[in-house]
Design a protein around this ligand. Structure first.
Ligand SMILES: *[C@@H]1O[C@H](CO)[C@@H](O)[C@H](O)[C@H]1NC(C)=O
Length: 238
């Protein structure tokens, strides 16, 4: 009797167009992170074998999944296909469940993650005074960070660089006239502040952004669930 509401149908279409765009956005961000290798090397521990690409690959998979779901929702709505709408609903529900589970896990292991990050950064200090390839790529990454965030060394300041200081001091150098944020080390005026707290702050800022995105996505997902279910029922009643 009631038939299919055009409003719901076209909202569903627009929604899923948004989903599809979100999927593309996530894919683009993930690929962008994957390409900018230098920043990742700050967290790559030489011996631990932790692969920073794992997280990015997960992100790529999530982006692709959202794209596929967006497509299912769009087509399901336009063609009034119950099968597609049901697939869309189940897929979306699974994603929401995984997202909530990940959020709960993340929140309960927060202090462990912070500790691992702290330990990794402290262990990486010794890479600054070494000369092997792995150490060199870490040094390059930290040099870039030093330049950008006006800090020097990782934990103890310029001394972390050891014998490598003389070859890497440029990005440590205080460009301002010597003031309280600078210190003289081995004849060079360098930033007094070690980078570790700035790296941690940067990571926290990124995590807050990720949490914000997750909540935004969850809200969109719940609306998508409701709309697809309503449309599914309306098609059944026709
Ligand atoms: C970070 O690790 C170092 C060395 O492992 C330790 O001395 C320090 O207290 C830790 N800091 C925090 C905030 O956990």
């Amino acid at each position: 009797m009631a038939g299919v509401s055009g409003c719901i149908k076209y909202s569903m279409f627009i929604f899923n167009f948004l989903f599809w765009l979100c999927g593309i956005l996530i894919l683009a961000v993930a690929i962008w992170i994957r390409v900018s290798k230098d920043d990742q090397q700050i967290f790559t521990n030489g011996d631990s074998g932790v692969n920073p690409y794992v997280a990015v690959n997960i992100l790529i998979a999530v982006g692709a999944t959202i794209m596929i779901l967006g497509f299912l929702g769009c087509c399901g709505a336009v063609k009034e296909s119950r099968c597609m709408l049901l697939l869309f609903f189940i897929g979306l529900l699974l994603i929401l469940i995984v997202q909530v589970a990940a959020g709960i896990l993340g929140a309960s292991f927060k202090s462990e993650f912070e500790q691992i990050m702290n330990t990794t950064l402290h262990e990486n200090v010794e890479l600054l005074s070494k000369t092997d390839d792995n150490a060199k790529s870490f040094q390059k990454a930290l040099s870039k960070f030093q330049d950008e965030f006006k800090c020097c060394g990782l934990v103890n300041g310029a001394a972390d660089w050891g014998n490598n200081f003389q070859y890497n001091y440029e990005t440590c150098e205080c460009s301002n006239t010597p003031d309280s944020s600078c210190v003289v080390y081995e004849g060079k005026t360098v930033y007094k502040q070690p980078c570790i707290s700035l790296i941690k702050d940067l990571v926290k800022k990124h995590i807050i952004i990720i949490i914000g995105i997750a909540f935004g996505l969850a809200a969109i997902e719940i609306l998508g669930l409701v709309f697809s279910m309503v449309l599914f029922c309306q098609i059944g009643n026709k």
